[in-house]
Design a protein around this ligand. Sequence first.
Ligand SMILES: *Cc1c(COP(=O)(O)O)cnc(C)c1O
Length: 407
Amino acid sequence: MAHNEWKSVGNGHLEGPVSIPDLDPSKLTITLTDTPKPLPNPEDLVFGAIMTDHMLVSSFDPINGWSAPEIKPYGPFTLDPASSCFQYATNIFEGMKAYIGPDGKPRLFRPEKNMARLARSAARLALPPFNTNALLELIKKLIVIDQRWIPNLEGHSLYLRPTIIGTRPTLGVAASDRALLYVILSPTGPYFRTGPKPVSLFAAAENVRAWPGGTGSHKVAGNYAPGFLPQKEAAKLGYEQILWLLKDESGWKVTEAGAMNIFVVVGREDGDLDVITPPLDGTILPGVTRESILAIVKAHTDGKLCLPGISPTKCLHAHERSFTIADMEVWAEKGQLLEVFAVGTAAVVAPVGRVGFRDDDSKKAIRDLMLPPYEGGMGPIGRAVRTMIIDIQEGRFEWEGWSVACQ
Ligand SMILES: *Cc1c(COP(=O)(O)O)cnc(C)c1O
């Protein structure tokens, strides 16, 4: 039975050929650990290296639906070696963060966006649907239980990794009719410990991250492993991250940077600024940070908020529009390419200092496109949107209900 025959309708059951239980927070059981781990020193945190004391788990099978969710001590799973996830990469995940607000309570940033994206990823890999509100409610409970792990320091947070894996234990090449949903938590420090430092990107021509009709717009695990070799090769050439391109009739279109969305800031003849990111054409991961930055840039120009350090009369024009490496070169030659930055939950905004690329007709020569240097490592627009997003995330600035309390 294919999972797309079932639909989560929010009444505690999945609607389909038969009615089976949906994810149900009222059935939650909580088992607390007897051996809480010592908290790490916030200065020593390495991204994703340490997990908290507890995790949230529920499993799905086509007869019993989603099992009663459990919050229990963090620990390993026992899985059949033939499981679909190991053989056919039926794996999806989310990345989100919990922050401590000024009231000392944990909060999430636009978490319904992550839940909706996880549901879309599940549908794309024919994994079972689930009630997104129920999962969010359960995640909030998990965060409150492990709240002591969130360092109460600026720029620190708890990284959440909701995951669903296919657990059908046969080698048949087909949708997984069984799944395991789990959420694990990892305390994190600021992406740039000593302040923003511009990163270097290498524009990859020979490797493509995503293509029309592919899965690039979904957070499916299979999108990431193929990027590790190009990433290593770029590192050998002295670059920190890959700038992913996609060639079409317009040229080498810029799509994303590493596992982050990308923005360029272009100066216009009339003195206004264009703030441009590629459109969601199916090859771009629809980032929550990307969407939030587009919204606050528009809000600045509409006079609804004022970005810190930017004159309220400065006109910023947000665009979702394709651009190519050749466009970036032309803007750079004319002195119009003012800023390039990558955006995502982990770093919020990471400034780009240099982009290496190879000419179409030469296999060897790499040319570097240099961005203007800025005091403090980040240009005014990147800095302004970063400060604004962090102020909203950490609950210092209230905006459109984006920051959601866990309790
Ligand atoms: C997760 C991710 C992003 C950023 O998304 P956010 O919701 O802003 O964290 C961008 N690109 C890729 C490929 C990603 O996996």
